[in-house]
Design a protein around this ligand. Sequence first.
Ligand code: TXA
Ligand code: MG
Length: 329
Amino acid sequence: METRFFGTTEEDIQQAAEIIKEGGLVAFPTETVYGLGADALNPEAVGKVYAAKGRPSDNPMIVHISSKNDLSHLTFEITDDIRKLMDAFWPGPLTMVVPAAPVVPRVTTGGLDTVAVRMPSDPVAAALITSSETPIAAPSANLSGRPSPTSARHVIDDLDGRIDAIIQGGDCQVGIESTVVDMTGAVPAVLRPGIITAERLSQALGKTVEIDPAMNVKTADFKPKSPGMKYKHYAPKAEMIIYKGDREKVYLAMSEEKLRRTGYGQKVEIIMYDDSEPEKAAREFFAKLRACDKAGVDVILAAAMREDGVGFAVMNRMFKSAGYNIVEV
Ligand code: TXA
Ligand code: MG
């Protein structure tokens, strides 16, 4: 398949929207990561997304809308809590899981009777959804299992020739995927951490928010409520090891390991972010993994960050990337 490349002019977005309307696949920028979009209400189009990504079909998609009103087409009952979070965080990097109206095809929800909905703040994403005149189902625009794409280049590397079009916008400002919160239970529950933290959700709601306990299990055999969280994710080609503990000790241990491995002729990269800048870590982490792959790095040694606030979301990705390969020092 010949992939078409678009910029971000009104005319470009209009043409890309035509492809969505005709049931095609278009990758587009959002504030979190690039998405691979299809008409969320067209089962055939959504089916093609799974194929292009090599994604298991029980892993549901996030449905993207460009106006708060559009939520009422996808679900029946908009509770006070849902409204509060919409008002506080939309448009933005928050996805809410709500009961699905019959109009949402089961292929979009991975067979579930709930649907994940998000209203992105990126103006190109919003314009594409509006011009397409339909909600857009979009997982991250990477091959399944690879680090999520935070630049147009990453999308091209993974999906050129496999999808109809790519809108080439700028680099993503957030850099990790949206927070996913399940609004269908008695207590809202964070199924995937993001830069909108549980504390902020809790503040906006004026009540407690749970975190899916599976998020705190640091081994590969856990059972998260969100289907997508169980798959091997974000993996670089390199072997990856996380060092956890006192910062100075961690730095020393990583330096020694680097020296040792370099001695065997391995190419070693160290990743270490400052605890005070988790947003920067979020923005750069996936791009860093891809850069290591391109440079032919054999081993990535990464220092764990403090797991509070946004650091919790960054460490969720880091642990998965490393396949829970953790050294305590
Ligand atoms: O920031 C993002 O959310 C990006 C951009 C493109 O918007 N999208 C994204 O989609 O990360 P994806 O498909 O890579 O991740 C969707 C996550 C998966 O973990 C999936 O299992 C979960 O959301 N999810 C979707 N629908 C769900 C549902 N009905 N119930 C529980 N989890 C759901
Ligand atoms: Mg993804």
